[in-house]
Design a protein around this ligand. Structure first.
Ligand code: KG4
Ligand code: ZN
Length: 335
């Protein structure tokens, strides 16, 4: 079974090929340069850039995998959640490829794609497991009892983790996207330098990141008003530590309390080096198995959509060509 996966839900045009559960290629055309000067993703620009980048990205994904359209058994695409216009570009192309090659079309839930990246990376992984799914648009802890079967245990009540990284980085003048910039700068700082608040310690699995973001911004403004020098690396490291602390504590707690005893970390924020190392440490201490895909499989990509497409096809069969974009699609809901 050879599946081509297409991803256009936000600002990365992705195409990847997965053959019998093994990744054969994963090509990403990033739009970071395009959106950087606006400090965030501009939906209309994203859609247009996807139109331009999609066919060359698919061509390269096929070439890298050493296959042609004739070898493909199914074309999978992100149907949601994501930006409506951006999603439509990928969906229209995927349908066209599927029709032209006479193969199955499969609509995929993007959030399930992030989790499936962990199985692509480590095929020995088995549900049940607890997934920490943290990206620019989502932050949640979910119990996965089977492929496509999720129970959301907790979620953010305000900003997503990646959004908090991006907003604080923007305030600090670190550019876009903020997560990688803070990750880099934090390596030179002391994570214990400033004690920023850890939100919702009493709530079992829910998150809140907006108060932390405000606390960091207030701290910076006060120092600026007093004309004090600040150590930006210490601020970045201390902010990152506050986010990571809460995520690690709640995820490990969920893995032990549900009895799942396996953790997957997925989504763009899963490429954060501090989150990765702290999660590995905490899981080892708790006797919990942990799988975190390599960074290129954590941020949006086509291979994870191909992997999820193969699962979706096996579970539910092909998707009718009438299916459209579902910008607000929730985890565990078929696309
Ligand atoms: O999963 P993703 O590529 O797109 C969405 O589905 O949202 O996640 C993008 C988010 C951005 O907010 C970005 O700042 C964050 O992931 N991110 C990181 C890192 N790399 C990407 N956050 C923290 N540390 C990183 N190294
Ligand atoms: Zn994503």
């Amino acid at each position: 079974m050879i599946v081509l996966g297409i991803e256009t839900s936000c600002d990365e045009t992705g195409a990847g090929v997965v053959a019998d559960g093994r990744m054969r290629s994963n090509v990403i055309a990033s739009q970071i340069d395009l959106h950087e000067r606006f400090g965030g993703v501009v939906p209309e620009l994203a859609s247009r850039a996807h139109v331009m980048a999609l066919d060359p990205t698919v061509d390269r994904a096929l070439a890298d995998a050493g296959v042609t359209g004739r070898d493909i058994d199914a074309v999978a695409v992100t149907a949601g959640p994501g930006l409506a216009g951006a999603l439509l570009v990928g969906i229209a192309s995927a349908k066209a490829y599927a029709a032209a090659w006479g193969v199955h079309f499969v609509a995929v839930n993007h959030l399930e794609g992030h989790v499936e990246a962990a199985f692509l990376h480590d095929p020995s992984l088995r549900p049940p497991l607890v997934a920490l799914l943290v990206s620019g648009g989502h932050s949640m802890i979910a119990l996965m009892t089977g492929h496509g079967v999720f129970e959301v245990l907790g979620r953010t009540i305000d900003d997503a983790a990646g959004e908090a990284f991006d907003k604080v980085a923007r305030f600090m003048g670190l550019g876009f996207p903020g997560g990688p910039a803070i990750d880099r700068l934090a390596k030179e700082g002391d994570p214990g330098a400033i004690r920023f608040p850890r939100a919702l310690p009493e709530a079992a699995y829910d998150f809140s990141f907006s108060g932390l973001k405000t606390a960091v911004i207030r701290w910076l403004r006060e120092r600026e008003a007093r004309g004090e020098e600040i150590d930006a690396a210490d601020v970045a490291a201390s902010f990152q530590e506050a986010i990571v602390d809460v995520q690690v504590t709640k995820t490990v707690r969920a893995a032990t309390e549900t009895g799942a005893r396996t953790v997957v970390v997925a989504g763009g924020v899963a490429s954060n080096s501090r989150l990765r190392s702290r999660m590995v440490q905490a899981c080892a201490a708790a006797g919990v198995r942990v799988a975190i895909p390599p960074p290129l499989l954590c941020t949006d990509n086509g291979a994870m959509i191909a992997a999820a497409g193969a699962r979706t096809l096996a579970l539910r069969g092909p998707t009718p060509l009438e299916a459209g974009a579902v910008p607000g699609l929730a985890l565990g809901v078929p696309a």
